[in-house]
Design a protein around this ligand. Sequence first.
Ligand code: KIV
Length: 286
Amino acid sequence: MDRKKKGLLDFRRMKEEKERLTWLTAYDYPTARFEEQAGIDMILVGDSMGNVVYGYPSGTLPVTMDMCIVHCQAVRRGAPNTFVMGDMPFGSYQTTPDDAVRNAVRFVKESEVDAVKLEGGRRVAPMIRAIVDAGMVLCGHIGLTPQSTGQFGGYKAQGRTAESAIELIKDARAVRDAGAALLLLEAVTPEVGEFITKDLDIPVYSIGAGPLCDGQLLIVSDVLGIWEAFKPKFVRRYAEVADISVKALTEYVNDVRAGRFPEDIHCYKMIEGEAARLEQLAKDLR
Ligand code: KIV
């Protein structure tokens, strides 16, 4: 399907006109194709791949730049007409603004993403500023930031007290002031989601931040029911692909064992007369 790729100007207009943006993660070529066919506005190649693709017990932390680049390249090929964002993995930007720029440049040059995302508020403002000054489009990410769950004591909703909500608002403003073009809020109360969305002039998107942000992100493996280990409160499943897959694979195993697969229709045919010739030639081999 050929369609016009949406970009920053569209996202700003959509915020103004209160048109909600749709956003999903993808990690591979076929899923990116499905999402583009479904009309998604934006794709995140998330470092959540550490959980949902690679099954690392420590989640996103072991994910590297090289892994992200390869997955971004596959998604780019699958969704050439969709805004694709690369997620900067743990260790790729926390060190220095120079490292942050070098790694953001790798994303753009090697996988042709349209933007990069990184986690954190005031403490990463210098890295955000450096990436934006180098000419790239950046999305901030505050609230529950999975790369810092060690400091939060696990995957816990943020902004549930007035004081912690104020800290989030200060972080949101710092990210905007540092030059971020977009902001993602993860696992915060709807009150905080609504306040920050109205407070900032840049588009603010929700993953577990309630219905009043400018758009909605979910992890595709949650939406399709592929990832079964944990279902966050903010997820709605639209399919049970894990169940469908296990059922189909069990049928395959049973059919092969019972001799029901392959059948005649799955077999190549010899050219007319060649089967008889083969029999003759094979005799001469004996
Ligand atoms: O990596 C990811 O998919 C993310 C989402 C959890 C927001 O950053």
